[in-house]
Design a binder for this molecule. Structure first.
Ligand code: GDD
Ligand code: MN
Length: 370
């Protein structure tokens, strides 16, 4: 598989060449078509020139440059380049400062080979570690970041949500609307992970030892921290809004169901035929609203057909549930107005609809607390 390690750099001239050399040594032991993309933001220390100098030596090293907008913005540019220009099938995120050990690259890649979509080199699973040199403040900072990501943004199941050492399958990235991420800095890590989780990606964490940087300094700033916290709350708010929208759509579906049922009866249609027709109409109504409104921000072009197919299966199931309840009700209470049976049938059908469309069609799998 064509695999590209994306390394964002800002003033990393002391590290970048040593890292590229170390990575190449690992590539020699790997069976995949490995390459490196350095995304440098016009570092004043001349990082980019260093990279250009080794491009003659290595044909699998690419470089793109741009204005400094933040870590997340650099990754987004790098990922777009991998998709549009390099044709990568897997991309890695990796720091330039040797905090992520080159020897761990084959281990992450192995998990991709085993079927993972999103592999995290994790400091917070058994066997992983943070540097022993880290002081209390740095430890608490990292811990707090993960608590916010897990319990505010709702990525409960992942232990290291802020990790910057990852391997991601490109088809998953293509499914994600980059413009909707709205982040420029370090918050990108959480924003991207959250998108992957709601897409139903197979996320795997493997333990790594995070090494303190030896040369240069960290670029994490106060703006990154503020954006990080705002982003986590934004994700939470969006999830809540989705739920409210789904409920509103369901309510409007009831009106469509009962309204069209009454209309069809008035037109002289047999109630046993009018019922499934009205049910189907409301299901289509619900799907269109959910697809183009509720879950609009998750919508992707290439998956629309599959979603449509899944929706049809869910529709048939919900129709069967609703109709059988209607028939049962009509047999038990033949004298009651048929609208009552229709209404009672909506409830279990709505449940089936909600569960399957949320957790299957639209993959709204917010993981349960672990
Ligand atoms: N192009 C570009 N533009 N690169 C950047 C920028 C930027 O604005 N900011 C940082 N980088 C590069 C650095 O040069 C380095 O290669 C990498 O991104 C990580 O930056 P560091 O400044 O070393 O980050 P850190 O050590 O504080 O943070 C690490 O741990 C965090 C979690 O605790 C990183 O792995 C983060 O991704 C991670 O979230
Ligand atoms: Mn670092």
């Amino acid at each position: 598989m064509k695999t590209t390690i994306i390394i964002p750099t800002y003033n990393e001239q002391e590290n970048i060449i040593a890292l590229i050399d170390a990575l190449q040594a690992q590539f020699d032991r790997m069976s995949h078509d490995m390459g490196i993309l350095v995304v440098d933001d016009n570092s004043p220390d001349g990082t980019a020139d260093r990279v250009r100098a080794v491009q003659g030596r290595y044909s699998n090293v690419w470089l793109i440059t741009g204005e400094k907008e933040g870590l997340g913005a650099a990754y987004l540019r790098g990922m777009r380049y991998c998709m549009d220009e390099l044709g990568s099938e897997v991309v890695f995120e990796m720091d330039a400062d040797f905090s992520h050990r080159p020897e761990d690259v084959p281990r992450l890649m192995h998990e991709v080979d085993e079927g993972a979509d999103f592999v995290i080199g994790s400091r917070y699973v058994r066997g992983g570690s943070i540097p022993t040199e880290w002081g209390l403040v740095r430890r608490l900072n990292s811990l707090y970041g993960n608590v916010v990501a897990r319990y505010v943004a709702g990525i409960y199941r992942v232990r290291d949500c802020t990790a910057g050492f990852r391997a991601i399958r490109v088809p998953l990235l293509r499914d994600i609307d980059f413009d909707a991420l709205r982040v420029k800095g370090y918050a990108f890590q959480v924003a991207l992970l959250h998108e992957a989780v709601i897409k139903g990606a197979k996320v795997v964490e493997i333990p790594v030892d995070f090494v303190d940087r030896a040369a240069g300094e960290s670029k994490l700033g106060i703006r990154d921290i503020i954006e990080f916290i705002l982003n986590a709350w934004w994700i939470r708010l969006r999830t809540f809004r989705t739920f409210i929208k789904f409920a509103l759509v369901g309510l409007s579906g009831v009106v469509v169901n009962l309204g069209s049922f009454t209309l069809l009866l008035a037109l002289g249609m047999n109630k046993y035929l009018a019922s499934p027709v009205a049910i189907e109409l409301s299901i289509i109504w619900n799907f269109l609203l959910n697809n183009y409104w509720t879950f609009r921000w998750r919508r992707t072009k290439d998956r629309a057909r599959i979603k449509g197919l899944k929706f049809n299966i869910v529709s048939l199931l919900a129709l069967g549930v609703s109709y059988s309840v209607f028939v049962m009700f009509s047999q038990i209470f033949p004298d009651l107005p048929p609208q009552w049976g229709q209404l009672v049938g909506i409830l279990p059908a709505m449940l089936v609809n909600y569960m399957l469309n949320t957790y299957w069609t639209f993959r709204d799998t917010e993981p349960e607390p672990s």
